[in-house]
Design a binder for this molecule. Structure first.
Ligand SMILES: [Cu+2]
Length: 195
């Protein structure tokens, strides 16, 4: 017992010491987190910059990243995360020569390229109602397409293939096209701003 007691005391002291050290480190890291301040103009990570742009523009503009792979699916929906009567995803960035599969997930929609809203030399397309259609995009630029029955609700989508070489043309044409939208008229500008 006389030999065990000092050993016990030493062990207890060590346990307390290391626990205390860990606690201090934990406390320190919590304090560091809570006092870290993101100043304007500094690189503060994605969440913070989104918050900054949200405050500045009332709606955060998140740029769409290049989709991986060479085949991409766009669903035609009555209701999606972005609202009613909508393509999902409504904005896509793909590589030259990629294939887009428009899926009639919900009935009574179609996908039709919009007049004057595709790159010059690009192939147009026109799917039938409730019909899946696959389109190979082998001309670089920005394409805007619509759903015929719901174009008044701005059921449209945007695909950038390679570089957005015709974006200024599309933006000029968009000003005219928007007059056809009775609802969701902000969608087209919103989508184009994500490119
Ligand atoms: Cu539709």
């Amino acid at each position: 017992m006389k030999k065990i007691t000092p050993l016990f005391v030493v062990t207890l002291a060590l346990v307390l010491f290391f626990n205390g050290k860990k606690y201090d480190e934990l406390l320190g890291s919590r304090l560091n987190n809570s006092v870290s301040v993101c100043l304007e103009g500094q690189s503060c990570g994605a969440a913070s910059s989104a918050a900054v742009s949200s405050a500045a523009n009332s709606a955060p503009i998140v740029k769409v990243q290049l989709s991986e792979g060479s085949e991409h699916i766009v669903k035609m929906l009555n209701s999606g995360e972005g609202g009613q009567m909508i393509f999902e995803p409504a904005v896509l960035k793909v590589s030259l020569g990629d294939t887009i599969h428009f899926k009639a997930t919900d009935a009574a929609h179609n996908s039709v390229s919009m007049d004057g809203m595709i790159p010059s030399g690009g192939a147009d397309w026109a799917g039938k109602l409730s019909q899946d259609i696959s389109v190979v995009l082998d001309t670089e630029g920005v394409y805007v397409y619509q759903c015929d029955p719901h174009v008044m609700m701005a059921m449209i989508g945007v695909i950038q293939v390679g570089e957005a070489v015709n974006l200024e043309d599309i933006k000029m044409a968009a000003a005219d096209k928007k007059s056809a939208f009775m609802m969701n008229s902000e969608r087209l500008d919103n989508y184009l701003s994500q490119l």
